[in-house]
Design a protein. Structure first.
Length: 108
């Protein structure tokens, strides 16, 4: 009986987390650059290379990078790399790195 309750609670928590993450991703996708836009930004050296960002993120968050996007933040100025990371503890995190200078902005 306790096992069933624990499994039900785990399933509910996972569903809530997926819904919140899904909303955040959906809201952000409209502000992310297309492949052509990314190429142009990198060619103009307005963003650091993704390889540098991946190295930084892997040193801060131990896990596997599942997805990387180059997006405009809510304010519309500048660019931010948003990386989806599956951490070793099983949590899915959104890591953010300033695309202009490669500085760590955090993970949530």
């Amino acid at each position: 009986m306790r096992l069933r309750f624990a499994l039900a609670a785990l399933a509910a928590a996972s569903a809530l987390s997926a819904t919140a993450t899904g909303r955040a991703v959906a809201a952000e996708q409209g502000a992310c650059l297309s492949a052509d836009e990314r190429r142009a930004v990198l060619a103009e050296h307005r963003a650091v290379p993704l390889a540098r960002v991946l190295h930084l993120v892997k040193s801060k968050v131990f896990g596997e990078v599942l997805r990387a996007r180059l997006c405009r933040p809510d304010a519309g100025k500048g660019l931010v790399y948003v990386l989806t990371v599956l951490a070793r503890n099983g949590k899915v995190l959104q890591a953010r790195v300033d695309a202009a200078d490669g500085h760590w902005l955090g993970a949530s």
